[in-house]
Design a protein around this ligand. Structure first.
Ligand code: SF4
Ligand code: SF4
Length: 398
């Protein structure tokens, strides 16, 4: 399944007509951002080119030098820009400045805003950007300009396509008896925030995801009750260690997640000879080792109140993202609709909460911290959100 998708308010009831071009600005509303000098984190993501940009870049002798033969992710089939030294920054970055700023591609112009098309259009923010929340540009105004630039015809076309994909998903769910209303899933997840930020609660939700039984179109209360009453079989510390280690166990450095620290230093971590090796990454792709850790020494650290609150707020943001719901739908489809959609959704939410908890603990441990306050969770979100937005999903980022 390539690009699927449904109807939020009625969940599985697709018969109700949707307002044309429904656009959700909730995530950008009231937010500001300012680009930070010497950051350039977004220039470490290999930007794809739109079809007309690919023609423009290939037709210009200077721009053509920056066009890659292939994207680092094999599943991306379109044209993209080259990275330097295979895993460094974009070909056009020099001393953390874009050499083709006025000619930069569409996806570079959008950052840190993302436009997701599912059963509606939704504007999202990339919380890996450390400029988010700084006084500066009004993100809703930026987002409105982005939407205006697309033009109605293009948005309609993209939306029609994505709605069909979501409708296919809904039909498949119904046919296999695993359907749930999207709004019920979100309500259930919201009511489980205490569980999702707690070791015992996470174990219950993960056990529910794997072994629970849920009837089709259950109420949010029933879904949450089933998750809460599940046995706590999943070993959270062991799972965090396994998933956290796997995160850095990739064959190609270019695929590793990138972290930008508070001093604007780019860092990557690789699993090598059973140790996590940390490198400072330079623009040209060269690396300089700065730390070597035994993964068994990384433990999930306890939360301070502010840290737990921020984690809960972030999980609520994820819970409102249509691309995340599309990701759970993708997982449901990959599992051939073997599990109820509520289990797929809450399982994905719990796995991501655990991933973020582990990343926050890992980074905090490097700084010698023993508890996770707001600053440590914020660092974890910076490390995590870009990867979350990159998860496979139905619907599309445009
Ligand atoms: S990640 Fe944010 S702050 Fe950093 S360069 Fe990109 S837009 Fe600017
Ligand atoms: S084209 Fe410019 S803005 Fe875009 S990734 Fe490359 S250096 Fe950064």
């Amino acid at each position: 399944m390539e690009n699927r998708s449904a109807n939020e308010s009625e969940g599985m009831q697709l018969s109700r007509p949707q307002p044309d071009l429904e656009i959700d600005y909730t995530e950008v509303k009231g937010k500001t951002y300012s680009c930070i000098d010497n950051c350039a984190l977004c220039c470490l993501c290999q930007p794809e080119l739109l079809p007309d940009e690919a023609i423009r870049f290939r037709g210009d002798p200077v721009l053509a030098q920056g066009v890659a033969e292939r994207h680092i992710s094999p599943e991306v089939k379109g044209t993209a820009l080259k990275l330097r030294g295979a895993h460094g920054a974009c070909h056009f970055l020099a001393n953390k400045r874009c050499k083709i700023y006025d000619l930069r591609p569409h996806f570079c112009r959008l950052f840190p805003v993302n436009v997701f098309v599912g059963w509606r259009i939704q504007l999202l923010t990339n919380l890996s950007c450390r400029g988010m929340g700084l006084p500066g540009s009004n993100l809703q105004e930026e987002a409105e300009k982005i939407i205006a630039d697309y033009g109605r015809a293009e948005l309609s076309e993209q939306l029609d396509h994505a709605k069909k994909v979501f409708a296919d998903f809904v039909r498949n769910c119904r046919a296999t008896g695993v359907a749930q209303s999207f709004s019920s899933l979100r309500s259930a997840a919201d009511s489980l925030m205490d569980e999702l930020t707690d070791e015992l609660g996470l174990s219950r939700v993960l056990t529910y995801a794997e072994h629970g039984r849920t009837r089709q179109n259950a109420s949010p209360t029933d879904i949450a009750r089933l998750a809460r009453r599940s046995d706590a079989v999943a070993d959270i510390q062991e799972r965090a260690l396994m998933d956290g280690t796997e995160l850095f166990d990739l064959p190609d450095l270019s695929l590793l997640p990138i972290y930008i620290d508070e001093g604007m230093v780019w860092k990557i971590f690789e699993l090598k000879e059973k140790r996590i090796v940390g490198y400072v990454l330079a623009e040209d792709g060269t690396t300089d080792e700065f730390v070597r850790i035994d993964p068994n020494e990384v433990e999930l650290l306890p939360f301070e109140e502010q840290g737990r609150r921020l984690l809960g707020e972030y999980l609520s943001t994820i819970n409102s993202r249509d691309c995340f719901l599309g990701h759970a739908a993708y997982l449901c489809d990959m599992d051939d609709y073997e599990f109820n959609f509520a289990q797929a959704y809450l399982g994905a939410m719990a796995n991501n909460a655990l991933d973020l908890w582990w990343r926050s603990s890992f980074l905090a441990g490097l700084d010698g911290r023993e508890e996770l306050g707001a600053k440590e969770i914020r660092n974890g979100i910076v490390f995590f959100d870009m990867d979350l937005l990159d998860l496979p999903t139905i619907g599309a980022f445009i």
